[in-house]
Design a protein around this ligand. Structure first.
Ligand SMILES: O=C(O)CCC(=O)C(=O)O
Ligand SMILES: [Fe+2]
Length: 325
């Protein structure tokens, strides 16, 4: 009995090691197969539109089938009904809660950042001669976690990034939920979103004009960067011949509505009134391969780890805790 036990123990260790190896290799094979399957199923496609549909009572499956899977924008009109933000997030609320907090406000003319307190920004926004080049859009929800209580991510927009530690997301600027406060006429010029990710914009107050173009538009560099109060699309086909074949679709977003902007759709957004919104980007089942292919082209080795740690968040947590990420 005493002679047999070391052999028994070493067999047990060997067996456990084999089981662990088997488990991890199976998981890795499943991961590779899943990614191959998704790459094939969720390609970058888009559906040209002549107007943006408004939908309510939409199930997640209907949303994926009718919009996400075919790259088609939609406005959802009934997803913010129970948000506390709808009544709580007012200019007065931000003035009283965050008045002395400093934020970087974007000067949309040249994308420089101006350091201001919220009170200073709100004062200039309400002034008659307000500077409508200044747009408060760097107020990350993650740096004001109390705001988490006031909204609920709609069922349509699952976000795998939420599986990773907030600190890791903040470090790599992947905390993609922002509060936007913009005075009347502030605007963001023609662009498509970060990492080719899909976006949703939930409007709490004010109205926004949004002009959308399908991903096949290749805008002139000057237009992508023509932030500011002038309309990006001014029909000037002489200077921007590619617009001759473009088909801009304009929509006005009303308070209480959320617009879904699919990956790589170009858009230009202008606040028609003083506005408060929450803007978010996400990575999930139907958008991940599009985002990963952007990461592959544009980002360094560390960026390439993202797909792996989104599939195995415990690995992300461990690497981050060890200081390797
Ligand atoms: O101004 C807005 O609300 C939308 C801006 C936008 O499209 C963005 O931040 O990516
Ligand atoms: Fe955008």
């Amino acid at each position: 009995m005493t002679i047999q036990s070391p052999i028994y123990l070493s067999n047990l260790i060997l067996f456990s090691l084999m089981l662990v190896t088997l488990f991890f290799s199976t998981r890795l094979i499943i991961y590779v197969l899943k990614r191959m399957w998704r790459k094939n199923k969720y390609k970058l496609i888009w559906t040209p539109i002549s107007s943006v549909e408004r939908r309510s009572n939409l199930s997640y499956e209907e949303f994926v089938r009718d919009y996400a899977n075919i790259g088609k924008p939609v406005i959802i009109t009934d997803s913010m009904k129970n948000w506390k933000a709808m009544t709580k997030w007012t200019i007065d609320f931000f003035r009283s809660e965050y008045s002395s907090t400093n934020f970087l406000v974007t000067d949309v003319r040249n994308q420089t950042q101006v350091d201001m307190t919220v009170a200073q920004y709100l004062d200039q926004m309400s002034a008659d001669a307000c500077d409508n080049f200044l747009y408060l859009r760097s107020l990350r929800i993650s740096s004001n976690p109390k705001l988490y209580e006031d909204y609920k991510i709609p069922v349509y927009f699952p976000d795998w990034l939420q599986k990773l530690p907030q600190k890791l997301l903040i470090k790599y600027r992947l905390d993609l939920y922002d509060l936007y406060i913009g005075g009347k006429d502030t605007s963001i010029g023609l662009h498509s979103d970060i990492l080719d990710s899909p976006a949703w914009v939930a409007l709490i107050d004010g109205r926004k004009k949004i002009v959308l173009f399908t991903p096949d538009l290749i805008p002139d560099q000057k237009d992508i960067l023509s932030y500011g109060k002038d309309e990006t699309f001014n029909g000037d086909v002489e200077n921007f011949p590619l617009y001759a074949n473009a088909n801009p679709v304009e929509v006005i977003l009303e308070p209480g509505e959320i617009i879904y902007i699919p990956p790589k759709w170009w858009h230009h957004v202008k606040n028609l009134e003083n506005s408060i919104s929450m803007n978010a980007n996400m990575i999930n089942e139907w958008s991940s391969e599009i985002v990963y292919s952007c990461i592959n082209q544009e980002y360094s080795t560390k960026g390439k780890i993202l797909p792996l740690i989104l599939e195995f968040p415990w690995l992300g947590r461990a690497l981050f805790a060890m200081g390797l990420l």
